[in-house]
Design a protein around this ligand. Structure first.
Ligand SMILES: CC(C)(COP(=O)(O)OP(=O)(O)OC[C@H]1O[C@@H](n2cnc3c(N)ncnc32)[C@H](O)[C@@H]1OP(=O)(O)O)[C@@H](O)C(=O)NCCC(=O)NCCS
Length: 215
């Protein structure tokens, strides 16, 4: 089953997470951005990471969701998943570890999962939900071809309080070319410049900071 779900891209391998990923997930989930924008427990313990891996397997067996650990040549760099699978649709969620952001990994993994969802899985629709104001996540979804569909007031809980949620969708018949979103600056050359400046310098040695969980 795990091998059947393996997805490969130019730089990344996506496979369901295992016990071997627990340490890196635990470290990754200490990241403040992951804690702010996703629904990971806070504080995030090693037991949370262990339970996350077990839960992923249970939900995969039940056909409710598929979660992939994203690895580059050096190790775990993120997590991506299709949640609430049913009736021809699913919800896309992701995080990329703090020290691996800004290199296009999110877009590369996202593209592979969207290909899989709209291809072999034959889903008709993929949804994306985020806390309103999560621009990095919104830009990633836009780059995958998602169309902005609106704001749900108090539509999401990623922290102690419910917050407004941005919603976007991608349907199988969309051509997946990025379109403008009313809540984001237009896609311009300045975005690409900002992206290049943001890109961190990668150092050798073990990965430290990071992020975890989805949505
Ligand atoms: C959102 C996240 C997964 C992006 O991952 P990433 O690997 O850095 O994204 P990429 O390098 O593939 O970039 C994809 C697009 O997003 C844009 N982007 C990513 N991070 C950005 C940032 N901090 N500021 C502005 N744009 C950003 C890129 O410019 C690119 O858009 P473009 O093609 O229009 O230029 C990452 O920032 C993250 O894990 N955040 C914390 C957890 C989170 O918010 N998860 C989503 C919850 S809904």
């Amino acid at each position: 089953m795990r091998d059947a779900l393996m997805l490969r891209t130019a730089r990344l391998t996506l496979t369901p997470p295992t016990e071997d990923d627990v340490e890196a997930i635990h470290l990754a989930c200490q990241d403040t951005e992951v804690q702010r924008w996703t629904n990971v427990p806070s504080p995030y313990t090693r037991e949370d990471a262990e339970q996350f891996v077990v839960l992923c397997a249970e939900r995969r067996s039940a056909g409710e969701e598929i979660t992939w650990a994203i690895h580059d040549a050096e190790g775990l760099v993120g997590m991506i998943g299709l949640h609430r699978i049913g009736d021809g649709s699913a919800e896309l969620g992701y995080w990329i570890s703090a020290d691996a952001r800004g290199r296009g990994y999110g877009a590369e993994a996202g593209c592979a999962v969207v290909d899989f969802a709209l291809g072999p899985m034959r889903l008709e629709r993929i949804e994306w939900h985020a806390v309103a104001g999560n621009e990095p996540s919104a830009r990633l979804a836009r780059s995958l071809g998602f169309r902005f569909e609106g704001t749900r007031r108090r539509g999401i809980r990623a922290s102690a309080e419910r917050e407004d949620a941005w919603i976007a969708g991608l349907v199988a018949s969309d051509d997946r070319s990025p379109v403008e979103w009313p809540v984001l600056e237009p896609r311009t050359a300045s975005l690409s410049i900002r992206r290049r400046r943001r890109r961190p310098i990668r150092v050798s040695g073990p990965r430290t900071a990071a992020s975890s969980a989805l949505r």
